[in-house]
Every structure is written in structure tokens, then in C-alpha cells.
Write a protein that binds this ligand. Structure first.
Ligand code: NAD
Length: 261
């Protein structure tokens, strides 16, 4: 039997709001596999609930970090250096677009909303990787979370689709540059799942049922399945895989048409 034992490894998990967060789905697997984890949260309002969530896992650390703030990133990575000395895994599960940009027509996206969505949801992977680079161990691995609207039009996803396309391209460029140091970077393309971020997408419940009808497996993928893929991609089991966008969507993206739905 092949088990995944991550004892002695260290991880940073960014973007956990509550137990439904996809960052938690992966982060909890890392904790269960024995990794020491630091969870970063955007702002003070999320601190208490995050601390409660991680409390069963002794020694787990939390730190505030708004990814758009250079000073926050500097403080976060200085703390990681102080606490862990080096880093093996990063889970980047952070995204945001102003609600107005997802309610209106894409052609009406303002420059400000574009910059916000791309900065929080795509550029942050680049800046996090840059800050992390000096601390990353040989064999380290980074995963980010993306969505199919980067490849095909999903109405209302709008500028977030563009941000996810930038995120997937950034994954490939980072994978290239960090590859020589034996650091891997991959994206997980998750099917729609009920989380706080998903609730801000207009018509999300309809999306969930339509996606299940179309999917090869006739259902939606689960956060647990995202967690398992995250653990696999971060671990040494995926040692030859980098720069990829891997779908965990119960076979939605492979379908051109589904006559049974
Ligand atoms: P979530 O709301 O639980 O997590 C999103 C996180 O992003 C939150 O913790 C939020 O605080 C954080 N965040 C937003 N702006 C930030 C900033 N400036 N600095 C630091 N953190 C910030 O929702 P989720 O669905 O778990 O989202 C995690 C990732 O999964 C996102 O990239 C999302 O696009 C992606 N994803 C979600 C779905 C889905 O259907 N839920 C599908 C595919 C991909």
C-alpha cells in the first residue's frame, strides 16, 4: 500500500474562509498527512473562525496576509522563515472579482474591476511564488485553483474567466522558471462547488445542476475530490508533473454535447 506521509514537511495554505473552502479541502489533507501548516487569511474578520477550524491540529499557525499588499507578503514569508526555516508546499486558493463585474455584460468591465480581478486572482500567484522562492526546498510544489471559464465562455463569469486564463498561463511560466530548481507548479481546475466565493457568482445554483447533467459522471465533483487531487499534485507521487491544469470536474470538460441531460 502506498500511503502519503508528509511528516517533516512544511506548507503554506492561502485562502481558507471556512470548512467549505477548497483551500481547506487540500489543507486538511496536508494536515492529516502530517505536514506542518501555516494558514494565511485575508483580513482580521476571518481570523477567529480560521483559528477555530485549525484548532484540532496542534501547532498549526495562522497569519494575516492580503495578497495585494506587498508589506503583508513580506511579513508572511518572514514569519515562515522564522517558524519553519524553509517551505515544501504552497496552496494558492485565492480569487476575487467585484460582484458588479460578474452581473453586467463583459464588454462593460471597468478598468478598475479588471485590475482588481487580475491582481488578486492571477498576479498574486506570481508575487507569492517570488516571495517564496528563497525558502522553497528541493522537490517543493505549488498548486493553485482555477476554473473552466478560462477556456470556454461561461456566462457571468466574465472578467474572472480572463483572470483564470492569466492564472493558468502564469502556472506554466512559473513551472518553467522554477523547474530547474526541482520546484513544480500546477493548477487544479475544479468543477462548481458551493463555497463563499461561488455564492457571489450570479445564478450559481443553476450552474451546479446544469454541470451535473452535462458531466460524464452525471454528478458534480466534490471538495473532498479536490483535496485528494491537491494532495497528489503536491506530493512526490506527482514528481514528474508540472505546469499542468488538471480537471477535477466529474468529466464535465471532456463533453461536447450530452443528449441524455
Ligand atoms: P472561498 O471563498 O472559500 O475562498 C476564497 C478565498 O480567497 C477567501 O478565503 C478569501 O478571503 C480569499 N481572498 C480574496 N481576496 C483576497 C486577498 N486580497 N488577499 C488574500 N486572500 C483573498 O472560495 P473557494 O471557492 O474555496 O475559492 C478558492 C479558489 O477556488 C478560488 O481561486 C476559486 O476561484 C477557485 N475555484 C472555485 C470553484 C467553486 O465552484 N467554488 C471552482 C473552481 C475554482
Amino acid at each position: 500500500m502506498i500511503g502519503i506521509d508528509l511528516s517533516g514537511k512544511t506548507a503554506l495554505v492561502m485562502g481558507v474562509t471556512n470548512s467549505y473552502s477548497l483551500g481547506w479541502a487540500i489543507g486538511e489533507k496536508l494536515l492529516q498527512a502530517g505536514a506542518k501548516c501555516m494558514f494565511s487569511y485575508q483580513g482580521e474578520r476571518l481570523q477567529a473562525s480560521l483559528e477555530k477550524l485549525v484548532s484540532p491540529y496542534e501547532g498549526t499557525l495562522t497569519e494575516q496576509c492580503d495578497v495585494t499588499q506587498e508589506a503583508d507578503l513580506e511579513r508572511l514569508f518572514a514569519r515562515i522563515k522564522e517558524e519553519y526555516g524553509s517551505l515544501d508546499y504552497i496552496v494558492h486558493a485565492v480569487a476575487y472579482a467585484p460582484r458588479a463585474s460578474m452581473e453586467g455584460r463583459f464588454v462593460e468591465t471597468t478598468q478598475e474591476d479588471w485590475n482588481t480581478a487580475l491582481s488578486v486572482s492571477a498576479y498574486s500567484l506570481v508575487s507569492v511564488s517570488r516571495h517564496a522562492e528563497p525558502l522553497l526546498n528541493d522537490g517543493a510544489s505549488i498548486v493553485t485553483l482555477t476554473y473552466y471559464a478560462s477556456q470556454k465562455v461561461v456566462p457571468k463569469y466574465n472578467v474572472m474567466g480572463v483572470a483564470k486564463a492569466a492564472l493558468e498561463a502564469s502556472t506554466r511560466y512559473l513551472a518553467y522558471e522554477l523547474g530547474a530548481k526541482n520546484v513544480r507548479v500546477n493548477a487544479i481546475s475544479a468543477g462548481p462547488m458551493r463555497t463563499v466565493a461561488a455564492k457571489s457568482i450570479p445564478g450559481f445554483s443553476g450552474m451546479l445542476s446544469k454541470a451535473a447533467e452535462m458531466a460524464a459522471m452525471k454528478r458534480n465533483a466534490t471538495a473532498e475530490e479536490v483535496g485528494k487531487l491537491g494532495l497528489f499534485l503536491l506530493s512526490d507521487l506527482a514528481s514528474g508533473i508540472t505546469g499542468e491544469t488538471t480537471y477535477v470536474d466529474a468529466g464535465y470538460n471532456i463533453m461536447g454535447m450530452n443528449l441524455e441531460g
